[in-house]
Design a protein around this ligand. Structure first.
Ligand SMILES: Cc1cc2nc3c(=O)[nH]c(=O)nc-3n(C[C@H](O)[C@H](O)[C@H](O)COP(=O)(O)OP(=O)(O)OC[C@H]3O[C@@H](n4cnc5c(N)ncnc54)[C@H](O)[C@@H]3O)c2cc1C
Length: 455
């Protein structure tokens, strides 16, 4: 890392907020005014709204991520984790991918660690659940689902077959409803290539503790989304939760019991628990307590935004906080970037205020819901038109021209070529076959392949 005499702006996290804030700072900064350092355990930013489409194979997984070193050529990008912050000495402890941890001094700090899956101590969940926060999970889910079809098509054991063809999704917010919508669409479409698996042999179950799904698009569209999924054969159980899923035996609070090889957990997020080691003021649910200027309360050199921050929602009013979504993360990042520059130059800070512009959700090919807020008017769309809005909005919002074009190319190819249904589950253990071929009989077990570290 560089050891210049310039002040260092340390950006912790290279997701939505980290990437956009760093870009903004670099754009507004004078030549040589500061060193911008971005630290993230992943070398790329993930465009999370496209994870369900990546899981369904509509977009290539590589096109859903944005390589940080490529889009931030003027920043110093370090691949590792920030484990602690010492505010008195203004140093951060960096744990790189390999080797010893080291200290990195900073003058200004941006905290953008995002959120992690919100889980509960449910027996069997840690061993059997699949999350949906990163591209690794989206690729894993796709391979896993197609592998279940391979298994079901090739077995004579009815019990194995039923378990393989039962898919349980817990959590019906944006992430859950979009993921089940996309995966169900893909799996039932793929059934045509499996002579022993019919579309109706598959059982898709969506469970939510609330009395509705898709709260982000409002009650009417949420209800439409629910009925739409039901019409497609998805069993939806509301006001209930999962009690356990030991060895894939799912037990719901409402008494339903099923065996399933696929349990997808999308029951919300919570602020990154690593924040607890940063010594920053936290709100009741673990978010960094942040003023409307995005400055962390009680500091004038630390800013926070996005899913890990509790930012007052001035557009809604007293006591409201901005919900954790990309719409806010993106806009907060820009204000934050400007405020870091102002802070560095001794200028006043600007407050963040943004009125909700609505929400769009895709529920599989040509299906979706969209709520667009225009002043006091709320335009509600559903079906194909809403799906076009969903694709149009996210296609435009995807960072960088390069990625926009790649995503557009994937969609265009998808219109003319049939959906890809190959499962590459073996990709998770690429050395297995070579090990069997190369190892002497008495050899030790193969070294585990290093997996991508989750946040
Ligand atoms: C499946 C899914 C679908 C979604 N769909 C929508 C949608 O349709 N519309 C919408 O508005 N929002 C959507 N969201 C929410 C949206 O993606 C998030 O609100 C947004 O990504 C938040 O940005 P962020 O920068 O706060 O966090 P992230 O983008 O999650 O970035 C956090 C970064 O911090 C890094 N990090 C973690 N720990 C450390 C550490 N110790 N040191 C350094 N770096 C660290 C992580 O690797 C990550 O890169 C969706 C989310 C998911 C999961």
């Amino acid at each position: 890392m560089s050891t210049t005499e310039r002040p260092r702006i340390l950006v912790v996290g290279g997701g939505y907020v980290g990437l956009y804030a760093a870009r903004r700072i670099l754009k507004k900064m004078r030549y040589g005014e500061a060193t911008v350092t971005v630290v993230d355990p992943r070398s790329y930013m993930t465009y999370q709204p496209f994870l369900p489409e990546a899981a369904a194979g509509s977009i290539s997984p590589r096109h859903v991520v944005v390589p940080l070193r490529r889009v931030l050529p003027k920043a110093e990008v370090l691949t590792g984790r920030v484990s602690t912050i010492d505010q008195d000495r203004k140093v951060a402890v960096i744990q790189p991918l390999v080797g010893e941890a080291y200290e990195l001094p900073f003058d200004y700090l941006v905290v953008a660690l995002g959120a992690v899956s919100r889980t509960f101590p449910i027996p069997g969940l840690a061993e059997n659940g699949i999350g949906m926060k990163g591209i690794e999970e989206a690729i894993g889910l796709r391979n896993h689902v197609l592998e279940q079809l391979d298994k079901a098509d090739s077995t004579t054991d009815e019990e194995i077959r039923r378990k393989a063809l039962t898919f349980v999704f817990v959590g019906g917010g944006f992430a859950g409803a979009e993921t089940i919508g996309e995966v169900e669409d893909m799996a039932r479409d793929a059934a045509k290539y499996y002579p022993n698996v019919k579309r109706e042999d598959m059982r898709f179950i969506l469970v939510d503790a609330a009395d509705k799904i898709l709260p982000e698009v409002g009650p009417k569209l949420g209800q439409w989304g629910l009925e739409h999924l039901q019409k497609r054969g998805v069993e939806v159980y509301l006001k209930t939760s999962m009690d356990s899923c030991i060895d894939g035996h799912v037990v719901l609070k409402n008494g339903l019991e099923v065996d399933s090889s696929t349990i997808v957990w999308t029951a919300g997020v919570k602020p990154n628990p690593a924040l607890a080691r940063f010594g920053l003021p936290l709100g009741p649910r673990g978010h960094v307590d942040t003023a409307a200027t995005l400055q962390v309360q009680g500091t004038d050199y630390i800013w926070a935004a996005g899913d890990n921050a509790q930012v007052p929602d001035l557009a809604v009013g007293e006591g409201a906080w901005c919900p954790p979504n990309a719409q806010h993360a993106l806009r907060q990042a820009k204000v934050l970037g400007d405020n870091v520059i102002s802070g560095m130059r001794g200028f006043p800070q600007k407050e963040y205020k943004h009125a909700n512009k609505g929400a769009v959700a895709g529920l599989g090919l040509h299906k979706g819901v969209a709520m667009i807020v225009l002043g006091k008017m709320k335009i509600k769309l559903r079906g194909r038109l809403a799906w076009y809005m969903h694709r149009g909005y996210h296609g435009m919002a995807m960072p960088t021209f390069n990625r926009k074009i790649r995503v557009l190319a994937d969609w265009t190819l998808g219109m003319f070529l049939k959906r890809e249904v190959v499962s590459l589950g073996a990709i998770e253990n690429p050395r297995e076959e070579f090990y069997e071929a190369a190892s002497p009989v008495s050899a030790a077990k193969p070294a585990p392949v290093e997996k991508a570290k989750a946040s």
